[in-house]
Design a protein. Structure first.
Length: 88
């Protein structure tokens, strides 16, 4: 989880970058949203903080550069690091 917690599960369907809706306080997983093109993201860090838009493209990282996301806001496109985004 983004806050350092782990939830042990039997299935391997969740990937880094995906969002989980969990029930509190039981920590039961209620919903799963994948980090894929077409889904909405919220930018929480960097110069585009508090921006919301649809994922247009996910650019994989390399050994020397981190993964990036192109976000379509309708009137403009934003390029930011994938680690700065939560899928919503």
């Amino acid at each position: 989880m983004h806050d350092g917690r782990n939830i042990l599960i039997d299935e391997d369907v969740y990937k880094v970058g995906d969002s989980l809706l969990i029930k509190l306080p039981s920590q039961e997983i209620v919903d799963h949203i994948k980090m894929t093109e077409g889904n909405l993201v919220y930018v929480f860090r960097g110069k585009h903080t508090e921006e919301i838009g649809k994922i247009k493209e996910i650019i994989p990282g390399t050994l020397t550069s981190p993964a990036k996301i192109v976000i379509d806001k309708g009137d403009e496109e934003i390029n930011t690091l994938k680690e700065y985004c939560f899928v919503i």
